[in-house]
Design a protein around this ligand. Structure first.
Ligand SMILES: Cc1ncc(COP(=O)(O)O)c(C=O)c1O
Length: 354
């Protein structure tokens, strides 16, 4: 633990608990590239069951899960439809172009969400000039959308339009666990609308490493092949799969605490002069905007860091804080105090609305 540090940069920063480490140490392992690691096999069966899909494959990261799924669904020259603020566009190093040779058609919409008409409007005509529209990607919860949650009826509408146009569909469910806690839906209720779903064990669930892609046997056989091609096949991966299995059994329900902490943080920060909450707080993420008189978001994060609170600047005036397993209520209260101290006008600064 970083004693004294409140690390709100991401829910990926959590460290394995002692119970999780014990499960990892006790894991029975084999060689997963040769297909005989019993703990990986158990995890794949369990996550497929949770998602209501026939098959699953364990992969090292959420990015690899998305990229292997995109590669499995497309051919070079195809087009993928996704929200403009998607993780696959912003934070996966141009991998759809580099690894799959696909274009992305970005959609607009509030908080990372879009609607059926947007899908209809984005599908290309089938002619000799246009790329083939092949895949729809939905992100739930939506990271840059503020951890926003897709309502089930909206998912049903966009998935229905994707099917009607003959598109495949993929759910980037890195944080689908948070969506489930926020709405009460089971993961399979979201997953059933998509050909493939990816999910992460290493974010709110608190495992050190790992994600999965779930789907039909045929598609997962292709994802498995691309996992190998992208360098993501691992050997005694049962040690990691044991952490994921432990997280699935013990860390899902507790995410409600992270959501409550996020609401408390937003209330506290929203009351601080010069700061505002631009996006609804529906899950474990809190974004706040900084008035220019207080400096840039990066400068605010630097000052905060000196006070022992770590957060991330995601835009020139926007800061992201994420609540997770290693942050309790008292740490949130401390963070609110430090953020208030950081935002207090000093002699050189004056606030527009002061
Ligand atoms: C929505 C979403 N998808 C995918 C990923 C990628 O996960 P990883 O960092 O494990 O590659 C992230 C990471 O934060 C994410 O927020």
């Amino acid at each position: 633990m970083n004693t004294g540090i409140v690390d709100l940069r991401s829910d990926t920063v959590t460290r394995p608990t002692s119970a999780m480490r014990a499960a990892m140490a006790a894991a029975e392992v084999g060689d997963d590239v040769l297909g005989d690691d019993p703990t990986v096999i158990r995890l794949q069966e369990r996550i497929a069951e949770i998602m209501g899909k026939p098959a699953a494959v364990f992969v090292p990261s959420g990015s690899m899960a998305n990229q292997a799924a995109i590669r499995a669904h497309t051919e070079p020259g195809d087009e993928v439809i996704a929200h403009r603020d998607s993780h696959i566009i912003h934070y996966e190093t141009g991998a759809p172009a580099a690894l799959s040779g696909v274009m992305i058609r970005p959609l607009d919409g509030p908080a990372g969400l879009f609607d059926a008409a947007d899908v209809d409007g984005a599908v290309r005509p089938n002619n000799a000039h246009s790329p083939w529209s092949k895949l729809l990607v939905v992100e739930n919860t939506h990271n840059r959308g503020g951890g926003s949650v897709w309502k089930m009826d909206r998912i049903e509408r966009v998935a229905e339009r994707a099917r009607a146009h003959g598109l495949k569909s993929h759910l980037d469910g890195a944080r689908v666990w948070n969506a489930c806690i926020a709405t009460g839906h089971a993961p399979a209720e979201y997953a059933r609308h998509f050909d493939t779903v990816s999910c992460c064990f290493s974010k709110g669930l608190g495992a050190p490493v790992g994600s999965a892609v779930c789907g039909s046997r045929e598609t997962i056989t292709r994802v498995h092949r691309f996992r190998k091609m992208f360098g993501g096949a691992m050997r005694q991966a049962g040690i990691l799969a044991a952490a994921a299995l432990h997280a699935l059994e013990h860390h899902r329900e507790r995410m409600a605490d992270d959501h409550a902490n996020a609401r408390r943080l937003a209330e506290g920060v929203g009351g601080i002069r010069g700061l505002s909450i631009p996006l609804p707080v529906e899950t474990n993420m809190v974004f706040f905007d900084v008035e220019p008189a207080l400096g840039t978001a990066a400068a605010v994060c630097e000052r905060l860091s000196a006070r022992g609170v770590w957060a991330l600047a995601t835009a020139p005036q926007r800061v992201r804080c994420v609540c997770h397993l290693d942050v309790d209520r008292a740490m949130i209260d401390r963070a609110i105090g430090e953020i208030a101290g950081t935002a207090a006008p000093s002699p050189g600064r004056s606030l527009a609305h002061a």
